[in-house]
Design a protein around this ligand. Structure first.
Ligand code: SAM
Length: 287
């Protein structure tokens, strides 16, 4: 099998198919073989796994996954890459490539059709322009035991951030609520063509047996979002804006104090247990 990351193979292959990179589709292809090998190895997928790949590109990660997984289903939005992928990974019996936009895909139906008897997982070098919406969709589906993705280092830091740090925010809390996150390794810009401006990181998310807190999830995330919408404000002021028309500032202050928190605390200092306690308290105040 040729090295799908080797520019001396890749460039003529893409030229032969008249392919040009599209920035709007987040097309930065890997040109360093160790990267897809290591992502696939550290994703932990094996013969019992049905793995969803988003954006196979020319198929370098697809091939590494197909060597290890029970089944690979790869969704590629760019129809121009379909004949390329037929050439590069068409020989794997356990790999299917569909021309589809992950954002419009019915993941539950696809998993039922392609991953029967297998444990569903995700492994992908994500298109950077849609990282957060894709992750939100994957996590929200509740389908995947693990999600191993390469993304911008800055987003990886947000996902893995601890309370009180600059990177800590609503998105990281959303991920942490359902999955345990581990930062696996960094990938420098010179491993890609075209070369991106920023460093990338690979992150593995492992689904928790149950969400980390037993709360009204809708209200919990309303509170988290309101708390970080205006990061510089105190928690009481941020929540007063977020819940204006529903709760008075004095009622919010009462809830904050009921949870043993200072009146001047900011949202970024709170961990999930504190947000959960606040959710219960605000839930009672809203009754
Ligand atoms: N996996 C290849 C690699 O590592 O070299 C390519 C990764 S490249 C960063 C992202 C890929 O996602 C591109 O092939 C792009 O066409 C595809 N893509 C972009 N948006 C997509 C979407 N909404 N659904 C499916 N694929 C998408």
């Amino acid at each position: 099998m040729p090295d799908l990351c080797d520019p001396s193979f890749l460039t003529p292959l893409l030229e032969r198919h008249g392919f040009h990179f599209s920035k709007s589709k987040g097309q930065n292809f890997l040109i360093a073989k160790w990267v897809p090998e290591r992502i696939a190895a550290e994703s932990g997928v094996d013969g019992r796994t049905g793995v969803l790949e988003i954006g196979p590109g020319v198929g370098c990660l697809t091939a590494e996954l197909a060597k290890r997984a029970g089944k690979v289903l790869a969704l590629e939005i760019d129809a121009r890459l379909m004949p390329v992928l037929a050439e590069t990974v068409g020989n794997f019996d356990n790999a299917t490539v569909l021309n589809a936009d992950v954002m419009g895909a019915d993941l539950k139906a696809l998993a039922a059709e392609h991953f029967r008897g297998l444990s569903p997982a995700v492994c992908a070098n994500l298109p950077y322009n849609i990282t957060s919406p894709v992750l939100t969709k994957l996590i929200g589906s509740g389908l995947f035991a693990t999600i191993t993705v390469m993304l911008q280092r800055e987003v990886a830091r947000r996902i893995c951030a601890a309370p009180g740090t600059e990177d800590y925010g609503a998105f990281g809390i959303f991920v942490d609520f359902y999955y345990r996150a581990s930062l696996l390794f960094d990938v420098p810009p010179d491993c890609f063509d075209p070369r991106p401006k920023v460093t990338s990181s690979v992150v593995r998310l492992t689904k928790r047996d149950k969400p980390v807190a037993d709360v009204n999830e809708r209200l919990f995330f309303q509170i988290v979002r309101a708390s970080f919408n205006q990061r510089r404000k105190t928690l009481v002021n941020a929540l007063s804006s977020g819940f204006s028309g529903r709760l008075e500032k004095s009622e919010i202050a009462g809830c904050v104090s009921e949870c043993g928190l200072s009146e001047t605390v900011r949202g970024e200092a709170l961990g999930i247990p504190e947000f959960a306690a606040l959710t219960d308290s605000i839930g009672r105040a809203l009754l």
